[in-house]
Design a protein around this ligand. Sequence first.
Ligand code: M6R
Length: 614
Amino acid sequence: MCGIVGYVGSGDTAGVLLSGLARLEYRGYDSAGIAIINDTGESCLRKSSGKLAQLRKLLESSPAIAGSTGIGHTRWATHGGPTDENAHPHYSEDGSVVLIHNGIIENFAQLRDELADVKLQSETDTEVVAVLLGRELAIVGDLETAFRNVVKRLKGTFTLLAAAVSEPGKIVSARHHSPLVIGLGEGESFLGSDVAAFVEHTRRAVAVADDRIVVITADGVTVTDFDGNLAEVSEYEIAWDPAAADKGGWPSFMAKEISEQPAAVADTIRGRVNDGVVDIPELAALGDEYLQRVNRIVILACGTAAYAGMIGRYAIEEWARVPVEVELSHEFRYRNPIFDANTLVISVSQSGETMDTLMAVNFAREQGLKTISVCNTQSATIPRESDAAIYTYAGPEVAVASTKAFLSQIVALQLLGLHLARVRGALTTEAHRETVAELQTIPDKVAEVVAVHKQVKELAHWMANTNSVLFLGRHVGFPTALEGALKLKEIAYIHAEGFAAGELKHGPIALIDHGQPVFVLVPSPRTNSVMHSKVVSNIQEIRARGARIIAIVETGDTAVLPFADDVIRVPLTDVLFEPLLQVVPMQWFALELSTVKGLDVDQPRNLAKSVTVE
Ligand code: M6R
């Protein structure tokens, strides 16, 4: 969950590291640090607890040296609290090597026992590796061999970057179940947790497979397995525009990303509709015959991605008539799940690096199941390890709270549902075309609902002292309500819960007291009149007990007006597409409540964007 960056070249090393860390700060922001080695073998290390701004401040009073070789780290604490001492990089005891780490070294305690004579400076598992590396280097005399010997002894998950004062101009790195990508420049090379670390310097990237050791110099890179055998690599061009990872004048990345949702949806649909019918080229690898045989689908994901999965489930079942289950990735593989050869596993992950989801996908593959990855990050680990990948083209999502990735994940799953429906002959061509035509109107409708910002902002400011908010929905409105609640917990630190509206009377209604704010997602009376009237009844039940109702309703629906304190209008659409519109006001609401409370919208406490530990 930490962000790592490495650079070898003749540029401004400290500048490259800091700008890389700024783009990776979403991965963790408890502390940050850099180390630089120059060609005469001098080194310097600067690190500080707190966000990157603290490190920048430190560098103003105590600038780093110039040098061709540098590593930088932004931390999400696991071993040891977020202190200056525990911040990375770490020196070996003799100062001969400097090292950074993302992940967890599980045999840390045994390794630490070997170093009983060493007084460590920190409580981290990382420093133990730095010390071991320094000792090994003293024995074998070259960094690469020493690094390889140490890496082979480690258990757990790790991406490690190390440099030695005796070998300036070189960084050695290793990955085991933790992300690492290479950037290739002209006379300079980069390493990063993801391409955001160096996209402003080069668009040429190399994906690194698991269990690889990478050595970079200014002139190039070498990739081997842990035993030193050369490994094949594939270079690709980074599709993201570097400017897309900047705030571009918005007060927060989250605000920018909410407003980018119409484009995220349109870009995810683009190229996947042919003459009014969905055809996802990436699924050709699986073959129509296999897709016809699939008798069950298991969607694996965490957090917001899991809610997207729950919403996608309704569409896939409705259109393709295949039973779908949605399971949290971290629960899946520990309960001895039952499946047969025709069970298809679909993972959903913005980052493509979420460890819980990666492990669940690997487990499914070990059982011989086919896997499809719905992912927003090109060449991330999960899509690379899946049988097929459907990329969501939301562009880089920097704010920890997921917004545009959520919408594009729902759309990708809906496209998948329509693709399966076509291949399996489960939907008439006319119904298929009508559904696709409606889906193609969604970007404009999302744009309309993005414009409710002002109304929601007033509401949030008025509710600034609220300490609990409930969200109710039925059918696809239920997972949408869960997502609304998650956004509020995540960035406004307010107790929030989402409920299936029908469940209320089975217990949660006891929470309703005078003035309790409740967002209610009201389904369309046109397309779902039965559910609509049930939700209107639910509104009356809680209203009678003093709830303050904020109703999100379709334009033209007047049935709720007598019972709602606030009404937020969204455009008309089909029931299965309603979440794509109804979630947007809740995203704005969370953002505005976070803002009015003076909180950090993009980097909420205790969280990291990409959770690469189990
Ligand atoms: O990168 P992923 O989509 O796999 O991440 C999954 C969750 O950690 C993520 O959606 C998380 O719940 C978000 N911060 C929610 O806004």
